[in-house]
Every structure is written in structure tokens, then in C-alpha cells.
Design a protein around this ligand. Structure first.
Ligand SMILES: C[S@@+](CC[C@H](N)C(=O)[O-])C[C@H]1O[C@@H](n2cnc3c(N)ncnc32)[C@H](O)[C@@H]1O
Length: 341
């Protein structure tokens, strides 16, 4: 599908920046945040992120997932400067207003974090002392029925974080062929009943297009009866969201670029929310931090030419029981971080 490539284009959201100047001042200032401060999103693992990045005056930090601005605010309060991006204009608008009092220590750009090298180059603010990627959607995305991420609220089947991207979940559900739907549900949702669900979608859409979140949720539930705690459509919605926003493709690009955007001693911190992205971050950091590589046919291990990070803590950091209790959406979060060598 043509739209898949478009939503995978990291520069798709860079329109305002490529005209020159700070996107936040134009795109953000006139769009009103639809929620009051604090409602938008509760930052996850905030103290643990601060311990990893250790922001202080004179430091510059790239926040690739600005969202409601909770992490950025913590960096700014510690005296650091922040250059932040989000592919969602609503997040840029909300956080720009929230963080206005920090003046020129805070810069926001409407962009995809996969373009972090270009963002830092065009703003002249790189290289940086820290990079944070707090992956996935914000609470605002899940709470706002009109964004189409929730299988519990009726809304258009949208799921685009970047509302300027062409491909919506409805486009995928109605236009992708059956084999592609099976692949998406299996690969991105790790859904065992992928074939059955894709078959039911193809049958239903032959009658009429599936345009609403609850239509799809009910359809999935009809072929996959509720068992246990989770709604049967959980995995299908996760899979579609990942596909629509090309989340894994953008993460891969960002990881590859991260070392080139950091000063020596700078920290890359990534918070993941599901096993697909955590596995990707884990493998990347291991591959880029192992001091040596070895092959059975070699007489001895060789220095790793790809090494550019020091993995100080090998195990992922999970939210405390207290944080999980206070914020159920933090439950699946994992923080991994490494230092640029
Ligand atoms: C979990 S929220 C971040 C919350 C934020 N740390 C806070 O404290 O409020 C993730 C945000 O990242 C944005 N996002 C996800 N993937 C992105 C990408 N590839 N490029 C830019 N922004 C992205 C989403 O639109 C969302 O606003």
C-alpha cells in the first residue's frame, strides 16, 4: 500500500521545520491544548530516567517523545536545556504551553524522532548530553475516542499519531490484502488467531467498510471470545497501531542515529512498553556495547568495531510497585540506558 511508505517517512512531519525556524512557535502556539495540565500523561519512570541522564545546568537533552512534557519538565527543572520533538501536533501544542516559562531553554519541533540527526543539525543544538525515547502512545491518545486508539471507546478507526500521515488504521483494515493483515496481527500483535481474525475482517468488509473502533473490536470479539482479563481485541489494536505508525521502523532508525547525536559520555535512555520494542533495544545495546565479538572459525575474539556504548546496567529497570499502583499504564514499562563511549 502506498500509504505505508509515507507514514514510514521520518521527514513526513518535518514540514514546518524545513521552512526554517522553530516549529513550536508556529504550529504549537495557536493550537489550544484540549486538556488541563497533568491530565495529558503521567510520565513513567521519571526518577529512574533522571538518575540515568543526570541533567544539570549547561547540559542539552533531546526528548524524542515530548508527549505531555513531563520528562522534559523534569530535565528543565534540573537546569538543563531541552530540544524536544513529537510527531503529534497536539502534544507539541500542549507541552509548548506547559513549558513556556522555561523560555529559550526549551525548543519543540513537530517531527519524527527517526529524524533526530536532522532536527539537531537544523536547529544547531546537537550534539547532546542525553537522549530520551519514551515509546508508544500517550494517555491522551488512549483517552481521546476521536483519535481511534481505544477498543473501548467508539471513534473513527484512525490511530495516526501524526495526523498529517496518510495511512490510517481504517485504510489498512479495509485495503490491505488478507495475507498482509495476517502478517501484521502475527508480527506486531503476536496474535495466535491472526488468520481467523483476518478472514473475518475480509468477509465483513466485503459487505461494507469498517470505519469505527467498536465495529472492529466487536468483530474481533465475535471470532475470539473473551477469555481471561484482556479484551480480545487488545493484540489486534496494538498490531494496527504499530503498523500505522511504523513504530518499529522508526525506532530502528533512531537507535542507529543515536550514537552520532550524543557527545562522548552522553546517555541514551529508552522506555519500552511491549516485548517487540524491548527486544529491539536490548539487542541493539548489546551489539553496540560488547567489547569483543567472536566466531567459531576465529582463533580468538576480536575487538567489536561497532562498539559505541557502555552498557552500565544490563538488566531493564521496571517501575516500583508504588508507581505501578499509582499508574497502571506504567506496568509494562522497561527502561534501558547506556553511555556513549
Ligand atoms: C509515552 S508518550 C511520551 C510521554 C512524555 N514522556 C511525557 O512525559 O509526557 C509518547 C509520545 O511520543 C510520541 N511519539 C511516538 N513515536 C514517535 C516518533 N517516532 N517520533 C516522534 N514522536 C513520537 C507520541 O505522539 C506521544 O506523544
Amino acid at each position: 500500500m502506498g500509504g505505508v511508505a509515507l507514514s514510514g517517512d521520518p521527514f513526513a512531519a518535518l514540514g514546518p521545520m524545513s521552512e526554517g525556524g522553530d516549529a513550536a512557535s508556529r504550529d504549537g502556539a495557536d493550537a489550544k491544548p484540549s486538556r488541563e495540565l497533568g491530565d495529558y500523561h503521567i510520565p513513567v519512570l521519571r526518577e529512574e530516567v533522571l538518575e540515568a541522564i543526570r541533567p544539570e545546568p549547561g547540559m542539552r537533552i533531546f526528548d524524542g517523545t515530548l508527549g505531555g512534557g513531563g520528562h522534559s519538565e523534569a530535565f528543565l527543572r534540573a537546569g538543563a536545556s531541552v530540544i524536544a520533538c513529537d510527531q503529534d501536533l497536539e502534544a507539541i501544542a500542549f507541552a509548548t504551553r506547559r513549558l513556556a516559562s522555561f523560555g529559550d531553554r526549551f525548543t519543540a519541533v513537530h517531527a519524527n524522532f527517526a529524524a533526530m540527526d536532522r532536527i539537531l543539525e537544523e536547529t544547531g543544538l546537537g550534539p547532546v548530553d542525553g537522549i530520551l525515547l519514551d515509546l508508544g502512545v500517550s494517555s491522551r491518545h488512549l483517552d481521546a475516542a476521536e483519535r481511534g486508539f481505544s477498543f473501548q471507546k467508539d471513534g473513527p478507526l484512525d490511530m495516526r499519531m501524526n495526523a498529517r500521515a496518510e495511512l490510517s488504521a481504517a485504510d489498512l483494515v479495509n485495503d490491505a490484502d488478507e495475507a498482509e493483515l495476517v502478517r501484521i496481527f502475527r508480527e506486531y500483535g503476536e496474535e495466535r488467531a491472526s488468520r481467523r481474525i483476518a478472514g473475518a475482517i475480509v468477509k465483513a468488509r466485503a459487505e461494507r467498510r469498517i470505519e469505527r473502533t467498536l465495529e472492529l473490536a466487536d468483530l474481533v470479539a465475535s471470532v475470539l471470545p473473551r477469555g481471561g482479563g484482556k479484551h480480545p481485541a487488545t493484540r489486534v489494536f496494538q498490531a494496527l497501531r504499530i503498523a500505522v505508525n511504523d513504530e518499529l521502523g522508526h525506532l530502528a532508525m533512531a537507535l542507529e542515529k543515536s550514537a552520532g547525536c550524543l557527545k562522548p559520555g552522553g546517555v541514551l535512555a529508552v522506555i519500552t512498553f511491549h516485548s517487540l520494542e524491548d527486544r529491539m533495544v536490548k539487542r541493539f545495546l548489546r551489539r553496540r556495547s560488547d567489547k569483543t565479538i567472536d566466531r567459531p572459525e576465529w582463533p580468538a575474539p576480536k575487538p567489536n568495531p561497532e562498539r559505541c556504548f557502555d552498557l552500565v546496567v544490563r538488566k531493564p529497570i521496571a517501575p516500583s510497585a508504588e508507581e505501578q499502583g499509582a499508574n497502571p499504564r506504567a506496568r509494562s514499562a522497561k527502561l534501558r540506558w547506556a553511555v556513549r563511549v
